[in-house]
Design a binder for this molecule. Structure first.
Ligand code: BTN
Length: 245
């Protein structure tokens, strides 16, 4: 495993993508930064993290035979790896808020941004960016429902140890993809899914709030929601939000 440690960079995802265009880098190369000046989140959002307080890193993984249509299984594997490694350190129950936010209670403790590099119908490489709130106690007021490992447990963490453990657990769950054991991954993901089978308020992309229940995740990773009238609808990331977020 090859770990590149940086003091400051715009975004570890952008850095590792650029590096892999310039030179051949091995699978499971990791870039970790003390500070990101332009940390990126899902759907074009920013990822804000106080300098030196949290883990912000990216992993480049190369695949031999990973079809694009199965891409959501990577989201599942990474979310499960993050949960498995941090749950040893916090006693509270952790859940995955679809698609891949890690929550303690209703508060976000980690976020994941996956960017795939395709060749034809195959994912050749993935850049997996992970931000874990570790020691930060105070967050900008613009960020709601957020927490950190220290806020949950009161403990201090050895960041190198935490990073090593995260990589180990992510590798473990990604190996299910390599073995094409997709069903196992899906079952494990559903078991950890926030609000699975519970009445939940959602908001669609026109701002309409509605009640529904998550009943499944589709093959392509869409959220399958049963509405009040018992009709089933599938939503992608741009089409639906939890009304509380
Ligand atoms: C999200 O929840 O919106 C995803 C957040 C992902 C943040 C991480 S921090 C390390 C890596 N580099 C980035 O620019 N983003 C990811």
């Amino acid at each position: 495993m090859n770990i590149i440690k940086l003091n400051a960079i715009d975004s570890t995802n952008s850095y590792i993508k650029k590096l892999s265009n310039e030179i051949a880098i091995e699978s499971y190369t990791i870039v970790v930064a003390e500070h990101q000046t332009k940390g990126r989140g899902q759907l074009g959002t920013s990822w804000l993290s106080e300098k030196g307080k949290n883990l912000t890193f990216s992993i480049l993984i190369k695949f031999k035979s990973f079809e694009v249509q199965n891409q959501f299984y990577l989201s599942m594997a990474v979310s499960l790896g993050v949960i498995a490694s941090i749950k040893k350190d916090v006693s509270s129950s952790l859940k995955i808020k679809w698609p891949n936010d890690i929550l303690s209670g209703n508060n976000k403790v980690a976020g994941i941004l996956i960017e795939n590099i395709l060749r034809g119908n195959f994912i050749k490489q993935s850049v997996i960016g992970i931000g874990i709130n570790v020691h930060q106690k105070v967050f900008p007021i613009s960020i709601e429902n957020v927490t950190s490992l220290k806020s949950i447990s009161g403990n201090n963490y050895d960041m190198d140890e935490l990073l090593r453990d995260l990589i180990k657990m992510i590798k473990f769950y990604v190996s299910y993809i390599e073995k094409k054991e997709f069903k196992t991954l899906k079952n494990l993901y559903i078991n950890s899914l926030y609000n699975y089978n519970k009445p939940t308020m959602f908001k669609d992309n026109r701002g309409k709030v509605f009640l529904g229940k998550i009943i499944d995740i589709s093959e392509s990773g869409r959220l399958v929601v049963e509405l009040e009238n018992k009709k089933t609808c599938k939503f992608n990331l741009k089409e639906i939000k939890f009304a509380s977020s």
